[in-house]
Structure formats: C-alpha cells, structure tokens
Design a protein around this ligand. Structure first.
Ligand SMILES: [Zn+2]
Length: 119
C-alpha cells in the first residue's frame, strides 16, 4: 500500500486455537481498527465459525499455509501444495452444523422446489 503517511499494519496469526479471538474482534470493532488475519487452512477446517467471524467482521484474510510446516524441511512439491490447499480451506470452510429440525426442513423444501424431471 503506497502512502506518504506513517501507518501501521496490524496482523494476527490464526493457526492454533481460537482462545481470545472474540476479545480481539470486539476490541478491533470498538476501535474501528481494520486488521489482517493470516489463517492456516488447518485452522479454517478446525474452526469454521471463527474463520467466518473474522471474514464477517470485514478484516483482511491472508494465507498462512495449510499446516504451518517448517518450509525449509519440505520437498518442493510439498511446499507448492501447502498454499493452494490452505487457499481452498480458507475460501470454503466447512458449513456450520445444522440442527436436525432445520436440516430436515431444508431437505423438504428442496424436494418441494425441485421436483424430479423426466427426460
Ligand atoms: Zn507462522
């Protein structure tokens, strides 16, 4: 970001636990402070609600690899696989669990909306 102003970029790593995330998001919201969160794909897979909360709050999201390996120890193909695997996980975290009643209702609505067509 080219600028002549003195600026600070606030970044957070999100690779392990979600402990403290609610507080961080609350303080950033309260102070109208944007930040960038660097998520691992593994974090997005294990904590989809947290990944969604970060995105919903409007913060930037960066790729922090899938499994946060020690990159110099990896083979080239392994290094090359980490980033796109994380990208997929971050962009499409697992859907939140549905309650049995809403899942059942959705299935009924789907059946109603799209009757089978015969060729
Ligand atoms: Zn790291």
């Amino acid at each position: 970001m080219p600028t002549r102003r003195r600026v600070v970029a606030l970044t957070f790593n999100a690779a392990w636990q979600t402990e403290g995330l609610d507080t961080v998001l609350h303080v950033l919201h309260h102070d109208h402070t944007p930040a960038t969160f660097f998520l691992t794909g593994d974090f997005a897979d294990r904590h989809p609600a947290a990944a969604r909360a970060i995105a919903k709050a409007g913060h930037g999201i960066g790729n922090h690899s899938y499994s946060h390996p020690h990159f110099p120890a990896l083979r080239s193909a392994q290094r090359a696989a980490e980033v796109p695997r994380a990208d997929r996980a971050i962009r499409t975290p697992p859907a939140p669990p549905r309650s049995r009643s809403s899942a059942s209702r959705t299935a009924k609505q789907a059946r109603r909306r799209s009757p089978r067509s015969t060729p």
